[in-house]
Design a protein. Structure first.
Length: 107
């Protein structure tokens, strides 16, 4: 196991690529946790906005928790650790939320 220092605390994992944990020893709880409460729990807060990689039978899967999510989400499956890390370091931008105008809401 190696120790990866983050601003919110340490993460222990089998390996890492450019700060992305691979097979972390204590990944966040995969079930529902109220997003507000997740910020208050140190063991969970360390994972917010911190992607991680889990090795699966035929490659790797990237997971992350972004703000306002109640559980980790898969960002995709990749053939190699390097491909998974590259995606985790350069994910596609999140969709922009645009408030509807009054005209859009006037049925």
């Amino acid at each position: 196991m190696i120790k990866i220092d983050t601003p919110e605390g340490p993460i222990f994992a089998e390996a890492e690529i450019r700060g992305i944990p691979i097979n972390p020893s204590q990944p966040p709880e995969m079930g529902f946790i109220d997003p507000t409460r997740r910020w208050q729990i140190q063991a969970e807060r360390v994972w917010l906005m911190q992607p991680w990689i889990i090795e699966i039978g035929e490659g790797c899967e990237v997971f992350a928790i972004v703000q306002h999510q109640d559980s980790p989400r898969s960002w995709g499956k990749f053939a190699t650790r390097e491909a998974a890390a590259e995606f985790a370091l350069n994910p596609p931008p999140l969709p922009v939320s645009i408030d509807p105008s009054d005209e859009d809401l006037n049925f």
